[in-house]
Design a protein around this ligand. Structure first.
Ligand code: FES
Ligand code: FE2
Length: 379
């Protein structure tokens, strides 16, 4: 798991205006409290109270602030303690009481939280998905929790060879004698890699889809996928030159082995909402085929060393994704999960927020990270 990327905490509709209590969300193995302030802006802070570790998300929303349920310390959306009742009304509140607060961006109906300390100018962008705001497209949102390392799931999405076998609905189960995976050409961005590839496909099952796409019989689907950061994938499936599906999967590692997936699944045809249920059922059915092969993988985590697996040319995108992950580890962004697990009963760690670059003196220690090549790993 890596700090310094945007992670989806929840759907925007999970945070209602005027709610009495924040919601508690676990991401990267740490807990957060989220709520909407009086302007409707979403705020996200570390869930652990700096006093004696009360859980803020179990407290109340008071105006723009959250109040700890234990002794009433009250924190604003910037993480500053603005009320410390036991000291009386005129006391000066020490700066060190502040807690981490994280940048939030509400987009595509999802709540993105930047979990890291990079200043705004250096942050990776949120995956662009302009289709989501395009009236010619219709999107549905799917969510699922899988008991896997989210990286296994990302690698599955950028794996062109699994369709034929994992998804009998897309491929031919390898029975066609001329089956092979065409060579893929990777195109990198600053934050990931991807490819588009022609794929021989069986006839479309659904009559409406055949009619609207204009494709009959066996056909060629242009499909591709790619990664963005460690935790986001895009998938394009063009079943004809005019009928396209675009999907985006935002993976939030709740922990190292629990992947919460928010999928935006869109189409530029059959936009009528009456088809939503069909596409939802279809999306979940296909996802289930992936989960069936992913959850039993052993080891559950992507191996530390790629030499412990035998990669072939069809795994090119996966190899490249692992190189990106190594670069982020080298920057000191990879969480030392073993240390966090070993300490879990006695230490509440905080994902460092951008304010930690400006000021010292925080009650919670920063989450430990593996020593990066850059040497800027912390405690
Ligand atoms: S633990 Fe939060 S106010 Fe005491
Ligand atoms: Fe798949």
């Amino acid at each position: 798991m890596y700090i310094n990327f945007w992670y989806v905490a929840c759907q925007a509709s999970d945070l209602t205006y005027g709610a009495q209590r924040p919601i508690k969300v676990t991401m990267l193995g740490q807990q957060f409290a989220l709520w909407r302030d009086s302007k409707g802006e979403i705020r996200c802070v570390s869930n652990t109270c700096s006093h004696r570790s009360g859980a803020l998300a179990d407290g109340r929303i008071r105006g723009d602030c959250v109040e700890c349920p234990y002794h009433g310390w009250t924190f604003n959306g910037d993480g500053s303690c603005v009320r410390l009742p036991s000291l009386g009304p005129d006391a000066k509140i020490p700066n060190r009481t502040r807690i981490d607060a994280y940048p939030v961006d509400e987009r595509y109906g999802l709540v993105f939280v930047f979990l890291g300390d990079l200043p705004e100018s250096e942050r990776p962008p949120i995956q662009p998905a302009p289709e989501c705001d395009d009236p010619d497209w219709r999107f549905i949102t799917l969510t699922m929790d899988w008991n896997i390392d989210y990286k296994r799931s990302v690698e599955n999405t950028i794996d062109p060879a699994h369709n034929e076998f994992t998804h009998p609905t897309h491929g031919f189960l390898g029975v066609k004698e001329d089956y092979e995976v065409e060579d893929i050409t990777l195109e990198d961005t600053d934050w990931g890699t991807g490819f588009m590839n022609p794929m021989k496909s069986p006839p479309l099952v659904q009559r409406d889809m055949r009619e609207e796409s204009g494709r009959e019989g066996d056909g060629v689907t242009y499909a591709g996928s790619g990664s963005h950061g460690p935790n986001v994938t895009w998938t394009y499936i063009h079943i004809s030159d005019k009928a396209w599906f675009h999907g985006f999967a935002f993976h939030t590692p709740v922990s190292a082995k629990l992947d919460r997936i928010f999928v935006l699944f869109g189409r530029n045809f059959m936009q009528d909402t009456k088809y939503d249920k069909t596409f939802e059922d279809r999306g979940l059915f296909i996802a289930e085929q992936d989960r069936y092969v992913l959850e039993p993988m052993n080891p559950p985590m992507t191996p530390i060393n790629s030499k412990n697996e035998f990669l072939v040319p069809a795994d090119k995108a996966i190899a490249r994704y692992r190189e990106f992950c190594q670069d982020w580890e080298d920057k000191g962004w990879r969480i030392d999960v073993n240390k966090v697990c070993a300490d879990q009963d006695t230490v509440s760690y905080a994902i460092p927020s951008p304010a930690r670059r400006e000021a010292k003196g925080w009650v919670l220690p920063e989450v430990p990270r593996l020593a990066g090549k850059a040497g800027d790993s912390t405690e």
